[in-house]
Ligand binder design. Structure first.
Ligand SMILES: Nc1ncnc2c1ncn2[C@@H]1O[C@H](COP(=O)(O)OP(=O)(O)OP(=O)(O)O)[C@@H](O)[C@H]1O
Length: 247
């Protein structure tokens, strides 16, 4: 599928990434080109070591490709100076981690508004209320992370990631530490923010069930794109993965 550049939330253009040099060089990405349309939910799967984290880090501007270009909307990340890149990461990309990464000394409200406060941006109270309602945490604004379950902490982390209304929400194994039922709640939440507020979500996962919540599942193998499925069932995802090696 070819998507016009104007509608792409993210675009990779012949991206390669090599770690180290000479005999120790490891090539993690080997010429990835793709567009992620706005307002869609994409899952990335692949065997261990296939390059998923490297891919996500390049899109997030946390790592630079060795060659090729990465765009967030019309902004080419590799063309930015460090201070500009920091601002893009802070204000235009939301990141959700497997381990939640909330600040334990801060309340739910303080965690969610931290980025805005650090960036000297006004906290949009109406948006904050909507986010808290969406993630089902309105009753918990004054609690600290240690007083919440894992699923609740991950919902706070999602609200935090959405607080600046980012162009893209990137998630690295967001359900990896959650039980089945809580995982489903988090995945439904991703689905809702895509369907109801047009958020773009890109998620790396090992779980075929998690991937089946996405509109598109991309497969990586040995640093290359190795297939793509649209709205697949968990069984179809698992079947595709078995052809790619150990996972
Ligand atoms: N900082 C680094 N230095 C050297 N090699 C690295 C570095 N980071 C990743 N690699 C290598 O690049 C390749 C891709 O790694 P990456 O972490 O992107 O894969 P992955 O698909 O996310 O794996 P996993 O599912 O196990 O987390 C692997 O061979 C890995 O060993």
């Amino acid at each position: 599928m070819t998507v016009g550049t104007q509608t792409a939330a993210m675009r990779l253009d012949s991206v390669t990434k090599t770690y180290g040099e000479g005999d120790n060089a490891v090539t993690a990405l080997r010429g990835i080109s793709l567009e992620v349309p706005r307002g869609t939910f994409t899952a990335v799967m692949g065997p261990s070591g296939s390059g998923k984290s490297t891919f996500l880090h390049c899109i997030a501007g946390l790592d630079q490709p060795t060659t090729g270009r990465v765009f967030l909307g019309d902004t080419e990340l590799s063309g930015l100076k460090e201070a500009q890149l920091t601002a893009v990461r802070r204000e235009r990309i939301g990141y959700v981690f497997q381990a939640y990464n909330l600040m334990s000394a801060l309340t739910v409200r303080q965690n969610i508004t931290l980025v805005a406060r650090l960036a000297d941006m006004a906290v949009d109270e109406a948006w904050l209320r909507e986010l808290l309602t969406r993630v089902g945490m309105s009753e918990y604004v004054d609690r600290r992370p240690g007083q919440l379950s894992g699923g609740q902490q991950q919902r706070v982390a999602i609200a935090r990631a959405l607080a600046t209304r980012p162009d893209a929400l990137l998630a690295d194994e967001p359900t990896g530490a959650l039980d089945t039922r809580t995982s489903q709640e988090v995945l439904k939440l991703f689905r809702q923010v895509v369907d109801e507020i047009g958020q773009t979500v890109l998620m790396v996962t090992h779980d075929p069930v998690a991937a089946s919540y996405a509109d598109t599942v991309l497969f990586l193998a040995d640093g290359q794109l190795a297939g793509r499925l649209y709205k697949p069932s968990p069984a179809e995802v698992a079947e595709h993965m078995t052809h790619l090696g150990d996972w």
